[in-house]
Design a protein around this ligand. Structure first.
Ligand code: PHE
Length: 462
């Protein structure tokens, strides 16, 4: 595999990995779950989950990729032969199908709403109810949903076709700074609004009474999703690093950027929602129902609405490419496909796998299965299956593999390989024997046990 492509710079990798992490999870999901679950109190628990479980697993995933220079299936094969561990990698490929099939629909909505913002459609929305009706009406047309899914998907395929350096890295290096600038503009305009302090206190005042076991499990599940863990996306991106690259510091930076952007998105959204006196606990509909009319009614609203949906689209694109890349890398490494053939093959397969999700809002809306007493469409099922089952399951096995099969000593030895002396604390933390013990405790006991509890909770067993 000597001709395997690599990132051209460390910054390139960090921006691509941050691009994967920063997605719909940060801008659409985090603000409303934080808002509904105690604001700063949730934030506090979420940060603990990121630090104690997310970070160690993020390190391990990137390291597995860097060490083996392989996709998730190949990585486990390289370290453990042709054993059952390769199925953990296979689970990642399966998750890549499942996540992308609903992610691409929401990505399509973001593209569609960017166009609607351009056309000034939101100006005619008096209330979020009208906006919701518009959303439902548009979604009742299969051609509309499938059409925008197609546009979104085509963008991803084009980027992946161009390869690691010229495609993923170049796109991330351009899009991530743009995303950050747009977000800062939205944060500042939000903070200038009357009553913006109400939005801030909603997000930052801790309400400890809302905290219970469920909050903890929610925070943990979201930590996985938001850091792109448990399906080999970070492993695959890590496989384009060389031994000289520093995994520990890259992980800190990616986790930091991801958290920062989630919090900023919360500020941008809740300042607007509160200054208009709307219900902040609108849940998943917040972004597509509540925000368009509120943004459009602000002074300069045309441009803010446009910027917001551009932000959402960029965030979705840079995450979606990391999801598809897992499957593409699998075909390239394991089946010896060319990048072009692998991308087109997986592109076509995943594109069609997403169609039932696209039709979940119209022709297939009555085709449902019962999950925990609720009727789930294809779209709901894919979302549920990915976020609540496949990712934590993958994370569980990755922690077990690192802690018991590969072994903490070996993991730490490899982690230290690329650590340059001068940088932050990565080195010192891992070199001292007590920190190695802490790392071992986190990866061998805390992570698997907590993930296991999440499962018991999911299925209503606790
Ligand atoms: N991290 C992305 C988000 O927050 C989602 C994602 C999950 C991306 C798994 C890759 C792999 O939206």
């Amino acid at each position: 595999m000597s001709n395997r492509e690599q990132w051209s710079s460390k910054t390139g990798f960090i921006l691509a990995a941050a691009g994967s992490a920063v997605g719909l999870g940060n801008i659409w999901k985090f603000p409303y779950i934080a808002g509904e679950n105690g604001g700063a109190a949730f934030l506090f628990i979420y940060l603990i989950c990121i630090l104690m479980i997310g970070l160690p697993i993020l390190n391990v995933e990137i390291l597995l990729g860097r060490t083996t220079q392989k996709n998730p299936v190949g990585a486990f094969k390289a370290l453990h032969g042709d054993s059952h561990w390769k199925y953990v990698g296979g689970l990642g490929v399966l998750a890549s199908f499942t996540i992308l099939s609903f992610y691409s629909i929401v990505g399509g909505w973001s593209v569609a709403y960017t166009f609607e913002a351009l056309r000034g459609t939101f100006h005619s929305f008096e209330t979020p109810q009208v906006a919701a009706e518009f959303f439902n009406l548009k979604n009742s047309n299969p051609a509309w949903v499938v059409g925008y899914h197609t546009i979104f998907f085509a963008m991803i395929v084009v980027i992946i076709l161009s390869g690691i350096k010229a495609g993923i890295e170049k796109a991330s290096k351009f899009l991530m700074p743009v995303l950050f600038i747009i977000l800062m503009v939205l944060v500042f305009q939000g903070l200038m609004l009357p009553d913006s302090d109400k939005g801030m206190s909603f997000l930052f005042n801790p309400d400890w009474s809302k905290i219970n076991a469920k909050t903890f499990l929610l925070a943990l599940g979201h930590a996985f999703f938001t850091l792109s863990l448990g399906m080999g996306a970070m492993m695959t991106y890590g496989s384009y690093l060389s031994d000289k690259d520093d995994v520990v510091n890259a992980s800190y930076l990616v986790a930091f950027l991801d958290t920062l952007i989630a919090i900023l998105a919360g500020v941008a959204i809740f300042t607007v929602v509160f200054s208009s006196g709307y219900d902040p606990t609108a849940g998943p509909g917040l972004v597509f129902h509540v925000l368009p009319p509120l943004l459009a009614q602000l002074p300069g609203g045309y441009i803010f609405a446009l910027l917001f949906f551009l932000l959402l689209t960029i965030a979705a694109v840079t995450s979606a490419i990391s999801i598809l890349e897992v499957s593409v890398a699998y075909l390239v490494d394991e089946m010896r496909y060319s990048r072009k053939k692998a991308t087109l093959t997986m592109g076509v397969l995943v594109y069609f796998a997403a169609i039932p999700c696209a039709l979940s809002f119209n022709v297939l809306q009555d085709v449902t299965i019962l999950v925990q007493g609720k009727a789930f469409t294809f779209f709901d099922t894919a979302d549920y299956l990915a976020s609540n089952i496949l990712l934590p399951l993958g994370g569980f096995f990755i922690a077990i593999f690192a802690g018991y099969v590969w072994g903490v000593d070996e993991v730490v030895k490899n982690l230290l390989k690329g650590n340059s002396e001068s940088v932050y604390f990565g080195n010192t933390i891992l070199e001292s024997s007590s920190s190695k013990k802490v790392f071992g405790l986190l990866i061998r006991y805390l992570s698997p046990i907590l993930i296991f509890l999440v499962f018991l909770y999911q299925f209503g067993w606790i």
